[in-house]
Design a binder for this molecule. Structure first.
Ligand code: HEM
Length: 183
């Protein structure tokens, strides 16, 4: 996973819980990288999981809530760092349909070491888009948080619902985005 994800995560921790907390969760348990992340480096995603576990233990905030909050924060950062992905798109459904075949493809060109999920979008109705997430990494909550951030950014009357099912988990998830029909 790219270092920018780690540096953004630690910035979020600093802003929400203070600078000491960021230092503490790095020092809680030895990390393979030593915990010195640079934006251009590449690190094992399990280190991010470890940092989130440490943060959850110290703050008593459940792990899924922390990952979702980070997703939402990361999205707002992406709108600044990757502003050019937002110039031609004015609504969430178009944006989500561009994600897998364009945005993450461009991200992969920029960072060939990036590990990206499989995202598939299909309309259930004109006002309803299903988004399926699949990955070797357990970041369905991150996907949920990113989409929550995206809903806020596009400021449309859209709600997100995560599907439940025996085959759905942190590696494989389905979400339904529903736009309120305004007359
Ligand atoms: C402009 C918007 C976006 C940009 C620039 C972007 C870029 C990235 C980058 C740089 C990574 C890290 C890959 C790595 O370091 O190995 C990533 C991972 C990821 N992205 Fe996006 N992303 C965007 C929007 C979204 C949205 C809206 C979703 C929601 C479904 C999403 C889902 C994910 C997930 C879940 C991961 C974690 C890796 C995994 O689960 O396998 N991204 N993205």
């Amino acid at each position: 996973m790219k270092g920018m994800i780690f540096t953004e995560f630690l910035e979020m921790v600093e802003s929400k819980f203070g600078e000491d907390m960021a230092d503490d969760i790095i020092e809680d348990k030895p990390l393979e990288s030593g915990g010195a992340y640079t934006a251009v480096g590449t690190y094992d995603y399990s280190e991010l999981v470890q940092l989130i576990v440490n943060l959850s233990e110290r703050t008593e905030v459940p792990i899924p809530d922390l990952i979702k909050a980070f997703g939402s924060y990361a999205f707002s950062r992406f709108t600044v760092a990757y502003a050019y992905f937002f110039t031609d798109v004015s609504n969430l459904f178009d944006f989500m349909q561009n994600l897998h075949g364009y945005i993450h493809v461009e991200v992969h060109k920029l960072y060939p070491e990036a590990e990206l999920p499989y995202i598939d979008c299909q309309f259930l109705a004109p006002n309803q888009l299903q988004v399926d997430y699949q990955s070797e990494r357990p970041f369905a909550d991150f996907a949920e948080g990113l989409m929550t951030g995206a809903i806020e950014y596009f400021a449309e009357p859209i709600t997100l619902k995560r599907k439940e099912g025996p085959d759905l988990n942190s590696h494989k998830a389905s979400f339904v985005l529903t736009k309120a029909i305004t007359s």
